[in-house]
Each structure stands twice: as structure tokens, then as C-alpha cells.
Design a protein around this ligand. Sequence first.
Ligand SMILES: Nc1nc2c(ncn2[C@@H]2O[C@H](COP(=O)(O)OP(=O)(O)OP(=O)(O)O)[C@@H](O)[C@H]2O)c(=O)[nH]1
Ligand SMILES: [Mg+2]
Length: 393
Amino acid sequence: MADHFEAEIKTAIQNGDLSSAAEKTQEYLNELENTPLIIAITGEGGSGKSTLVNALRGIKNGTDGAAPTGPTETTKEPKEYIHPKNENIRIWDLPGIGTTKFKTDEYIKKMEFEKYDFFIIVSSERFRENDAKLAKEIQKMNKKFYFVRSQVDSSIENAKHDYPNFNEDEVLESIKNYCTEELQDLGFESPKVFLVSCFKLHLYKFEDLCKTLMEELPEHQRDVLLLALPNISLDVIKRKKETLGSKIMWLSAASAAGAAVPVPGLSAGVDLSIIVSCVIQCAISLGLTPGLLQKLSDVTGVSLEDLKAELKSPLAGVKITSALVLQVLTRSAAYILATTVEEGARLVPVIGTVVAMSLSCATTYKALKYILNTLAEDTQRVFIKALGLNSPV
Ligand SMILES: Nc1nc2c(ncn2[C@@H]2O[C@H](COP(=O)(O)OP(=O)(O)OP(=O)(O)O)[C@@H](O)[C@H]2O)c(=O)[nH]1
Ligand SMILES: [Mg+2]
């Protein structure tokens, strides 16, 4: 959290001014909510840029709203795609540098390189002079870029025909070394190259790419990106749950001064409007809305029916309304009240105090954590089903 927010919230709490602490917390949350993240996908023509744009948005090539792809579907103009999980995330599909009539410096100007937060440079075979030129210009602008060696799945398939003693790990290692050496020849001392298949994001090094982005992005943008990622591993789901959990703490604190709605069974009442919008956000980030489940079904080929069969929470796979949330809370009231605000929450200095000071805010916190836990469990089961994995880890 930004220092000035934390200081202001602390002061308000020390002065016993809960409502201004809640107001500041809300301000902080609004800032988080409105953090833009603008990503550029660039590289040679035909390397798989548009497919990567679709994969990052969890959309299957060729379906509604997907960036046009295919051996002849050349992207000629830069085009912005809004992320279905967060409209503040914009992914730009740029034309292949080799396929435009522009020189590198003209390309950079025309593509307005200054507006992006970071760049992914895609190549399906070798990195060339053009890729290096782009990267060097990006470097000059003090921005980050990441090399992605795409279409690794088809390289692996091809290699099966090439080597009688085919060994997947060896082939992957040699592709990586080859790309690294090329980039070293082009003037990059220790380049990082991520081997990716856009059709199988859970394999190879897409997750490493995400982890690197998380390490290198500023805090707000890191959370924004994490919550919008496709569920590529149980670890990503766990990290989403943690991030949503800490958001829930702040939201509950912000609700301290709000009007508590009496919920049958929950004696302290809760802030229902905050709960409903937070549950919707959890369902979106975890990919459990009807629309996002359909997209997952498209991408994985597992039927929507089979994915939905894994859902246990009445809030997953359906349109979330206040009435439905109220119903769930009423039904689970006894269980929610019996849970304790866990150690972790109390240890966070500012928030713990607010939660401890306001009974209704503690109830809001517990109710939201309960719903988040059930949604996260559903997400794990859906993930395992979608990838055809047998046992939960
Ligand atoms: N097997 C496999 N094929 C891929 C992958 N990524 C892209 N392709 C295929 O490669 C072809 C080109 O992909 P596009 O995403 O259209 O490539 P592009 O870089 O946007 O192409 P231009 O816009 O023409 O520069 C398509 O037929 C894709 O289906 C991948 O990870 N694995
Ligand atoms: Mg394209």
C-alpha cells in the first residue's frame, strides 16, 4: 500500500476517527481499481502475436471477439483489445515489424511506443535484427521488454520426427540456448527468453514469464495483472486467493463507517453492497462467471456442462445478484459467525485495528472470506477438470 495512504489511515485510527479511516481506505481501493496496464505485443510477422493476445485474454482463436489469427490473417494496423476480466488492461496487437513498410524508428513512432507499460517481443523461430532493434529502442525508453519464443508445442512435435532418441527436456533446453545465443550475438548480455505455447499456457515457461512480470511490475499493476491471468496453475489460483483476501481486508475496513444491513442470523449485520460487488470481482478474477466458464470451455474443449459439474458454490457459474448473496449469507450465517478473524488479519497493523474496532466490519470480513474460500475451491476443481488432471495437489 502506498505510504501516504497508510500514514493517513493510521492517524485517523489513532484519533478514533473510524469514518475518515474508512474514507481513506476507500480512496486507496479506488486507486487500485483504476490502475491502467497497457501491454504491447510485437515481433516478426506470423510469429503468433495475435494468438498471444487471445491467450492472455483467455479467448480461443477464431471465436467471438478474438484477434484475427491464421497463416494469412496478417495484422496490418495496431489494434487495442480490452481484457474481459478488467477493462483497465489493454493489450495492443501490433503489426509484425518485418511485414510493414516502416523502418524500425518509423515503426516505433507509428506504434506510439511511449504509451505502453511493457512489451512482449514474440518470435516463433529465431530472434532477428528487427527484434533486437525494437528491444534496444525500448531499453532507451527505460521500459521493460520480454522475449517470448512462441509455438513451442509445434517445435516439440516436429522434433519428434527429427531425432530418433527424442527427449522433450533436451529439445526445450536446446531451443532456449539457441535463442539466448542469438540474442547475445545481437548485443544482449544475459537475455531472458520464455518458451511458450499459446495453446497450452500451463506447459513450458508461460508461468515463469508471469512470475517475472509480477516481480518487475509496480505493486498496483502486479495485482491487476495477477487477477486477470488465466488460471494456469494451482499456484496462480492460490496467489489470486491471497490477493483477493487482502483486498477483502481493506474493503471490510472501508465498510466500517458504512450502513450495516441486517442479515437474518448475522447479528452484527454486514455491508451488503460492498459484499456483492466484491463477490462479483472474486468470481471474475477466478474465472467463474458464466461467460468466462464458456471461454474456458472453448479454449480447453471440455464441455461447459462438465466444468459446471465441478461447482459447489451457489455463487459460481451464475449471475450474482444481491438477493442471491443474501440467501447464501443467511443460509451460512451460523458457520460464518463461528469463524474467527484469522491471525494473519490481526497481524496486519492498520487493518487489524479497524476490524477489531467495528463489529459489523468484522462480520463483513468473515462473510467475504467465507465466500472467497468456497469460490477458490471451486476454481481449483474447475482447473483440474479443464486440464484433465487427476488428483488435486
Ligand atoms: N501450434 C501453435 N500454433 C500457434 C501458436 N501461436 C500461434 N500459432 C499459429 O501460428 C499462426 C500465426 O499466428 P498469429 O497469431 O496470426 O500470428 P501473428 O504474429 O499475429 O501474425 P501477423 O499478424 O501476420 O504478423 C496461426 O495459424 C496460429 O494458429 C502456438 O503457440 N502453437
Ligand atoms: Mg496478427
